[in-house]
Design a binder for this molecule. Sequence first.
Ligand code: A2P
Length: 328
Amino acid sequence: MKEYRIAIVGATGLVGRTFLKVLEEKKLPVKEYVLFASKRSAGQTLKFMEKDYIVQELTEHSFDEGFDFALFSAGGSTSKKFAPIAAENGCIVVDNSSYWRMHDDVPLVVPEVNIEDAKNNHGIIANPNCSTIQAMLPLKALDDKYKIKRVVYSTYQAVSGAGRYGLEDLENTDNSKPLKKFAHPIYNNCLPHIDDFTDSGYTKEEIKMINETRKILHHPDLKITATTVRVPVSNSHSEAINVEFENDFEIDDLIKTLKDFPNIIVEDDPANNVYPLAINATGHDEVFVGRIRRDNSVKSGVNLWVVADNIRKGAASNAVQIVEALIS
Ligand code: A2P
């Protein structure tokens, strides 16, 4: 059996460290890992697979030594510059930044939904936005069965999605320190502002959810709108998703359709206060769905509450699953 060489780019970051945790759990047939970050943390030691790894500075020559795969989570500008260099050297990059996601020749992949798209790569595969990834599992299940007509997303997103500085802003509970990431205090607050605003009035996060959903579900004209909100939760994103269908449904069939889909766990027992919760989703790779109820304001529609660990399924685990699928 072939044994692979894998590069981890951005290994010292929140997602990068979770790449390492997920890789330790998966035990892929890998003969060598090399960990990269910026010059700032070159020389730092990270414990991984019970060994000490010295973090290397990422340079134009980092990919000269023939990697099979590289997992990138080091921001858009790093991906823009270094992913093509890696690909030219025969490496398949799975990139967690938003930079390559909407490029026509770059597949945008959630393994449970469209892993076949990953096979048509030209050396770069994009990992979708965290809030998009978790929505894709229930939406794919329901689209295949009832054909989706329109989606309304309202998100409640954890600060870990904004990296380590996002977490530090939440820990600043008395506002004694200057904010590092957000425009306003996040502790005791909700910010309807994730990523930059565009001239349309939508934020880039909202536009990412709309465009990425259409690409992954292969529905270029799907009607979608989104409001994305940062909430004072350290980890795991929650989403209220309203979906309208072309076809009619029975609620029991719809719930069964969700339960039968890979890596969806339905938690829906309101009488016993059972519904998905961010604190329970953290540390897991599944997508949790509950509060499943008919939308009586349209002919055929449903409301869902969808929760997942944004750093695992929303980033690191999804990327590692893509590599795992390509290896197998
Ligand atoms: P470093 O620790 O050296 O700054 P987060 O999203 O949690 O803030 O993490 C970002 C990750 O991306 C870190 O590992 C960071 O490394 C890495 N990174 C940032 N800029 C670069 C760069 N120019 N080259 C390589 N890695 C980078």
